[in-house]
Design a protein around this ligand. Structure first.
Ligand code: SF4
Ligand code: SF4
Length: 296
């Protein structure tokens, strides 16, 4: 049975270092605070989005460098799930050196010198499977390998952290993000969670797209700098293409010129949901992994 009340929100931002993870944690703290189980007389849909008292999963989708657990003073112990992908393996006895696999690979992950066997460059391979599909001699076999791990931490009552971690050096991490999301959504069903916050990687590349897909809303975290404005434009454009409604959170709002950000938000006809001023206390809590006591 699906959980209709579950809201899936991405906390994202084109640029790294804008405080995306900090905002995701503060938002989660805010939502969880003072959780009261719903009663017959309470009507959760009447509460505002920012109102506290929810069951929340924070899902760290920055799988190449997850750090939410550090900011929450946690450790990643035994993985609760593993992610696998299939990579090509050559069967030399069957290969006729025809070169079709190398021509087909769009990731340039197959090198083939004239008259030689193809060589697979694992670091470039996205495990798309095209090479073993096109090989007319069935000389390439898919070989399953672990590409990531999924961890779970219970932070406190009604607040869980799901962390995805990709194998170091993995070229294409979007599929790992997809699996981490599936894991978190399944757990949300089981616990009847109200909110999942997907803390995405920075940028607008494949793992960010995987994290944003199918979200109800995206908060784009930015800062009032030229780079912040440039990257905000990119992430809002991406959200629009993916048909995920977006709003802006302006971090360290008092440390620059926010007119550029306001202009971009206006261009996209969206609002700046929140402005967070610079806070020395918050920066100290961040560096000590003690963000759990702060909220937006
Ligand atoms: S397509 Fe198959 S037969 Fe042709 S070079 Fe690649 S592995 Fe060998
Ligand atoms: S699986 Fe895809 S990316 Fe990897 S070598 Fe084959 S064609 Fe290239």
């Amino acid at each position: 049975m699906t959980n209709d009340k579950l809201k899936k929100i991405a906390i994202t931002g084109g640029k790294g270092g804008t405080g995306k993870s900090t905002v995701a944690i503060l938002f989660a703290n805010q939502l969880v605070k003072d959780y009261n189980p719903p009663t017959a007389s309470s009507h959760s849909s009447l509460r505002s989005e920012w109102a506290p008292g929810k069951k929340v999963i924070l899902c760290d989708c920055d799988v190449e460098c997850p750090n939410d657990y550090l900011l929450l003073g946690q450790k990643l112990r035994k993985p609760q799930g593993k992610v696998y992908a299939e990579f090509p393996k050559l069967i030399k006895e069957k290969c006729k050196k025809c070169g079709l696999c190398a021509k087909t690979c769009r990731s340039n992950a197959i090198f083939q010198a004239p008259g030689k066997y193809p060589v697979f460059i694992k670091d470039l391979c996205s495990a798309c499977g095209a090479c073993w599909i096109v090989c007319p001699y069935h000389a390439i076999e898919p070989q399953k390998e672990e590409t990531g791990k999924i961890f779970m931490n219970k932070i406190k009552n009604n607040f869980w952290l799901v962390t995805g971690s990709a194998k170091p050096g993995l070229e294409e991490t979007g599929p790992v993000v997809t699996e981490v999301k599936k894991f978190a959504l399944k757990f949300a069903e089981k616990k009847k969670v109200d909110y999942i916050l997907f803390d995405t990687a920075a940028g607008t590349h494949c793992p960010v797209i995987s994290a944003l897909l199918d979200c109800d809303l995206a908060y784009a975290v930015t800062e009032p700098t030229p780079m912040g404005a440039y990257d905000l434009n990119l992430i809002l454009d991406l959200s629009q293409k993916l048909k995920v409604p977006a709003r802006v959170i302006l971090n360290q709002a008092d440390l620059g010129d926010k007119r550029r950000i306001e202009k971009i938000a206006k261009n996209f006809k969206i609002k700046i949901e929140k402005e967070i001023p610079y806070s020395k206390k918050l920066v100290e809590a961040y560096s000590k992994g003690k963000l759990l006591n702060f909220s937006l």
